[in-house]
Ligand binder design. Structure first.
Ligand SMILES: [Zn+2]
Length: 241
């Protein structure tokens, strides 16, 4: 099993490539590229959050607790929350992740369980999609895909590390196939993981439709405002002033 350092290096390389590609090819704003690349890099630590108490768990959970509320700032603004409520909501999310999530992970997960699987990668992406409510759909998909990519990089590295070159060709370790998996040996964790993935998927789909509708309505309202309230073109208006 590759260590913490291998994972963070691997997902950072993939993150830099992902951000750079979006900047060069996709014409994405450099800041969005930087956010995507950074999230991809740190998401490479996510699957091993279940590996028991230790520095990776402590640091990664603390990091997630700090970043998730910041990702959600725009979402809170969309809900029309006043500043005080945003601060309180951010603090509550911090506490819930910092203490609630680490308690859950310490007590209810075992290493390479369902937290370390392909549906868990989808859950991580869906959660990011719901938290990061940018208006442009492309920006949202880019940022949430970054998290999935970092997560998958981790799983792929785990699988690569479980194959060793022996004298007679590649030798497969016992851990092969336990990282990139769709389901584990136990029924309940499987059901729970898939239930969460389906619920989050439905929420994300309806949220995407809603955001698109809102963007469309806003566009129409802006158009209407321009036509009815400012019949003159902005240029004429500037000249008169
Ligand atoms: Zn792992």
């Amino acid at each position: 099993m590759p260590g913490f350092r291998v994972h963070i290096t691997g997902s950072s390389i993939v993150g830099v490539a992902y951000g750079a590609a979006a900047w060069y090819v996709g014409d994405m704003h450099p800041l969005t590229c930087a956010l995507g690349g950074g999230l991809c890099a740190v998401s490479g630590m996510l699957p091993d959050l279940d590996s028991g108490p230790g520095i990776p768990l402590k640091e990664s959970v603390a990091f997630a607790a700090a970043v998730v509320p910041m990702l959600m700032i725009h979402r809170f603004q969309q809900f029309g929350l006043p500043l005080e409520a945003i601060i309180l909501a951010g603090a509550s999310i911090y506490l819930a992740i910092r203490f609630g999530l680490s308690w859950l992970l310490k007590n209810y997960s075992h290493h390479r369980g369902m937290f370390h699987s392909l549906p868990a990668a989808a859950i991580a992406g869906q959660t990011t999609f719901l938290a990061f409510a940018a208006e442009e759909p492309l920006r949202r998909y880019f940022v949430s895909s970054a998290v999935v990519l970092g997560f998958l990089t981790h799983l792929v590295l785990d699988e690569i590390w479980s194959v060793k070159m022996g004298w007679f060709g590649p030798k497969v370790k016992k851990s092969f196939g336990t990282a990139m998996k769709f389901n584990g040996p136990d029924l309940w964790p499987n059901l729970l993981t898939y239930a969460i993935a389906i619920i989050l998927g439905l929420l994300a789909a309806s949220d995407a439709a809603w955001t698109e509708k809102m963007a469309h309505t806003r566009q129409q309202m802006e158009q209407a405002a321009r036509t009815y309230y400012y019949p003159q073109t902005p240029q004429q208006w500037q000249i008169r002033r």
